[in-house]
Design a binder for this molecule. Sequence first.
Ligand SMILES: C[S@@+](CC[C@H](N)C(=O)[O-])C[C@H]1O[C@@H](n2cnc3c(N)ncnc32)[C@H](O)[C@@H]1O
Length: 484
Amino acid sequence: MSSSAHFSESQSFQQQSNEFVSWLEANPDVKVNPKIMLADLRSTGAGRGVVARTNISEGEELFSIPRSLILAVQNSQLKTLLPQDIEALGPWLSLMLVMIYEYLQGEQSRWSPYFRVLPTRFDTLMFWSPAELAELQASAIVDKIGKQGADESILGSIAPIVKANPNLFQPVNGLSSYEGDAGTATLLELAHVMGSLIMAYAFDIEKAEEDDDEPEGSNDGYMTDDEEEQLSKGMVPLADLLNADADRNNARLYQEEEALVMKAIKPIQEGEEIFNDYGEIPRADLLRRYGYVTDNYASYDVVEFSLADICQAAGLLNSYVESQPRLQLLEEHDLLDDGYVIPRPSPTDTLQDILPIELLALLTTLCQSQEEFEQRRSKNKPPKPAIETPQAGLLYKVLQTKQSRYATSLAHDMQLLSSLTPPQADTALEGSSRRLKMALQVRIGEKEILQAIQRMLDSLASNGSLKRTANGDHDSRQSKAARY
Ligand SMILES: C[S@@+](CC[C@H](N)C(=O)[O-])C[C@H]1O[C@@H](n2cnc3c(N)ncnc32)[C@H](O)[C@@H]1O
């Protein structure tokens, strides 16, 4: 998102930054430590960022933004202008609607200088063409973009409100209304810009009331399973202009009663960039949510095996729970998933350390003889997860299937990556080359994990520690993680 192509040319870029800072400082409740400044980091592909002018001590306050300045449902006029309760739309869609409203207000919006420093074009996966997405090859991230779900939510919940209130939502791009195909397409585009800003810039502000129900079907592409809990979202000016880089996190936002306060959590040297923490996320997710990738996140990479692939490798005709008693048993014990995520192993990890217990349970169940399975089922007990010869054999097949879905080899990708990144180049790539490079980094990470798993399986087989057992109950090599 922050490649320089997404920002205006230099003079207005700097002017917009200056106007934004003046706007902030005009608010008597905003405090900005003179030791920090907003910097132009486009040459490194990072857009704007915040940098230390002089040394900063650990614990020092960097800036403080009053809650009333947060771009959020609670602070926008819109909630008083519409008959319906906007918050009932849920945190994502309500903020999306408010942002569309404020954005369309142009100079009339109190956040207009803030909007001018926010990008309107993004490198997040939502905006990649089919050809660009194909560069991610077999990465499970491709199925997690959720564009269709997002479109449906926007058309089902946002569009009717916008269309019913033309006096509040002025048409743009020379349109006379948001009706018809052109109007709908424009509205969708606008909503995706706001959705993408929320995904990459917004903070969870506070717990919503317990009775604030998320409307059904709102699990769209901007909301991931682990984020769907009811926290209201808000855009916090300046706080969201901090970039992030896994190993270099040196600041954190503290939510205080009246204000949100960014503080240094480490001593920061003059000239150093100030980084927020986006969490321990794999590069595939970094790309999906934030539209950039750095190698500092490589240690959080994962690879995912789908339930469908595992069932197929085990010789099942399908992976429908209703028609597969083995899957039913696992589901009854809350052990069934659509996909199984395996992290990048550290040099000292064993297979048992990295394979999730649910995957071991699935492999074990699928490897049981009919008799063993019936025995467990009659006692309504799931299998004891283990990695023994049958499970390792099945895992090997799954691994090979997954590897075969990536169109190119790891060696080929490494070569391609180095040809895209000449050692002397310190300027950021743009457009499609940038996206290709990021896709390569993601798929290389996943292929490295697949190779590591393969090596672990090979060494398990060659050092004789695998043993074929009559049933999955063999204790000695039971997963360390097996605790139920
Ligand atoms: C919260 S905003 C940070 C401000 C942003 N750089 C800007 O100019 O608007 C998050 C976005 O910044 C960019 N970003 C954050 N950390 C980055 C990094 N380490 N390298 C490159 N881009 C980064 C990504 O595009 C991400 O979606």
